[in-house]
Design a protein around this ligand. Structure first.
Ligand SMILES: Cc1cc2nc3c(=O)[nH]c(=O)nc-3n(C[C@H](O)[C@H](O)[C@H](O)COP(=O)(O)OP(=O)(O)OC[C@H]3O[C@@H](n4cnc5c(N)ncnc54)[C@H](O)[C@@H]3O)c2cc1C
Length: 285
């Protein structure tokens, strides 16, 4: 289907972009890579009268790595993350997850900011943000604010963003050099959205026990979530095969999953356990 008639603006600065969104009320919308928005326009899922293209403000395209962690400008594309060799050490979990996002052509255009604003429950980036306690920096006509990832994602395709707010940056906390991590995803074909995925990491104390375990699941319910029961089972324990199997059981027993055309809720819960098991095994190897 053809797009509905609409106006297009490509402002040079963030302040201009915010002003355009604010003036448009709820009828103006930001566009980043267009990989989710263009299909939604074509299918008339959304019908803005103005698109505000975010491609020009240079500060949105930066990847900054420091002792505080990794900062991704909202217009950083999947391809930029794949091509940035520094991220293999600075945030291996992010790098591994992005390899599962969509297909080559989509990764050339799709952006991290677009993904988290779109908030698809099966998308990898929101899951990484929730698992890693990321912060989302946004700017709007009322000023700037920083939102914890867990507060940012409200539900399927729903976030805490106001209509005139633009995501500027995603802040991932520093990643210690000896951290153990794993990412596993199951989808029908490579590049499809996840039917279930697990993203996890833990650190180790002097005795080799896990501390600071973070376990997140993607693609099961209305948004990505951490699994506190599984994290509690892992913390202060040496991660061995029996504990990995126990973590998988707790995952399947406690995770909230929804049914859709691809899978029943029961199948998804079982799959989630398997993804956690495999991710933990790779972390412990
Ligand atoms: C066939 C196909 C398969 C895909 N598979 C996957 C997959 O496996 N995993 C996955 O994660 N994604 C997948 N995607 C989605 C893809 O990753 C998109 O690129 C991404 O979800 C949206 O990014 P975008 O830059 O294209 O955003 P756009 O489509 O431009 O925008 C999406 C939404 O975000 C808003 N927005 C964009 N940027 C900002 C900002 N900075 N501030 C505020 N609001 C903003 C827009 O207004 C719009 O509502 C797939 C897409 C397609 C078409």
């Amino acid at each position: 289907m053809k797009l509905p008639p609409l106006e297009y603006a490509c402002p040079a600065s963030l302040s201009e972009a915010v002003a355009l969104l604010a003036a448009g009320g709820g009828d103006a919308r930001a566009i980043a890579g267009g990989q989710s928005l263009m299909p939604m326009l074509a299918f008339r899922v959304v019908a803005p009268t103005l698109l505000v293209d975010l491609r020009k403000p240079p500060e949105l395209k930066e990847i900054r790595i420091s002792a505080d962690g990794v900062r991704l400008g909202a217009m950083v594309r999947w391809r930029d993350i794949e091509d940035d060799a520094r991220l293999a050490a600075a945030h291996p979990l992010l790098k591994a997850a992005v390899e599962h996002v969509a297909h080559y052509q989509i990764r050339n255009r799709g952006t991290v900011g677009g993904s988290i604003a779109h908030a698809d429950p099966a998308a990898e980036m929101p899951g990484i943000c929730v698992t890693c306690d990321a912060e989302i920096a946004v700017i709007g006509s009322a000023g700037s604010r920083v939102i914890r990832a867990d507060d940012f994602f409200v539900g399927a395709l729903t976030t805490a963003l106001e209509h005139d707010e633009i995501i500027t940056e995603i802040r991932l906390p520093a990643w210690p050099a000896n951290r153990r991590w794993g990412f596993r995803e199951f989808s029908r074909r490579r590049g499809d959205f996840a039917m279930a995925a697990a993203a996890l990491f833990y650190d180790q104390d002097a005795g080799g026990s896990a501390v600071n375990a973070h376990v997140g699941v993607i693609g099961l319910g209305d948004r990505s979530r951490r699994l506190p029961e599984v994290e509690a089972a892992l913390n202060s324990q040496v991660i061995d095969e029996a504990l990995i199997e126990r973590a998988a059981e707790i995952t399947s027993a406690t995770v909230d999953a929804q049914e859709d055309i691809h899978a029943s809720a029961a199948y998804r819960r079982s799959l989630a356990g398997t993804m956690v098991e495999r991710a933990l095994r790779s972390a412990a190897a």
